[in-house]
Design a protein around this ligand. Sequence first.
Ligand code: NAP
Length: 353
Amino acid sequence: MVVGRRILITGGNIGIGFEAARQLLQRGHHVVITCRDAAKAQKAVDALSPVAKANGASVESALLDLSSFSSVRRGAAQLLSRHPKLDVLLCNAGVWSRDAGSTPLERTEDGQEVTLQVNHLGHFLLVHLMLPALLAAPAARVVVVSSELHRSATGAAASGAAASGGPPPLASPAWLTLLSAAGGGAAAATPSAPPRPTGFQMYCISKLYNLWFAYHLAALLPPTVKVNAVTPGWVPGTTLGRDMPWLARMAYQYLFPLLPGTTSVPEGGRRVVEVCVGEAEGEVTGAYFSRGARAESSPESHNRAAAEELWRLSEAAAGLQGPYVPTALPGAVTTGPATPPRAEGAAANAEGS
Ligand SMILES: NC(=O)c1ccc[n+]([C@@H]2O[C@H](COP(=O)([O-])OP(=O)(O)OC[C@H]3O[C@@H](n4cnc5c(N)ncnc54)[C@H](OP(=O)(O)O)[C@@H]3O)[C@@H](O)[C@H]2O)c1
């Protein structure tokens, strides 16, 4: 069993990310949790430190808010200077808004819809920025936490679907632009405004985007970096339902975990951990894992044209338009319509670059 891997976990202060950190520390790995709040980060590090100490491992935190591109850039620059080599990047953090579609759309400081930025765009940018560290490791992994709810984002995705008149199907990359401030439409909550996805639908779209991102990244990166996606199962014991009315929240957190078919937080964490460090899971790339085994994701998730379109739109949204560094990607697949990912150095990533 390999121990001592350097592992970065987004959203490691609570829920599945915290549990994954705990189990990885128990296995003797060095864990960095990212968190958007310094006090929460310290609390988590304090709780995890005894586990690290008992297992010859280490734990530290880094401040990083996925809903802010400048925060991701700042955090990544610090992480790269502290950790020039990274064995695993676990893209775990996520939000689920209970917005029913009847209130004005919540956007980030970057003008993006919040769920799509935290769950997809923030990770898209972070992975790009951390590529030099991942490529410096002899065998690295990017693990993206998706969900079975990606299956609810359905429909035939077509490039520029919005241009045809009606709203695009949920399985469309076009939502990234349509819901942004730059896209303009589908945002207001007035009777005359075009319909827009609810919070639940946006969550499902973001989890499909996680798969499009993971599969496309897997095809672009050299074989030293494996990219896979995983669902922990339905894990109601976490705080993902924090946006619910209080009674529903209590039921979700304390009653639902007793239902058959749900997954405990430790088991959900274990499923994610296996994809991060499991031996067999390290042999494959571009795969989806569910219930602890390889699984078939939805037909929509295999729409390569949509994945490429999402990639292009995400690059533009995250401001990744500069020249990339092909020499940083030895052996990368360079054919195909999409541009290979850019490995931007820490220096180039200072805020405002
Ligand atoms: N629970 C389930 O049933 C389930 C099922 C399938 C997939 N998943 C996926 O599992 C992952 C973890 O979810 P969870 O159930 O553990 O939920 P959780 O308990 O709510 O944890 C979410 C984590 O994401 C962090 N986060 C939220 N917004 C952030 C931001 N703007 N910047 C940085 N971090 C942010 C949270 O930090 P704060 O504490 O600061 O908010 C927290 O650490 C998510 O990707 C989710 O989609 C969960």
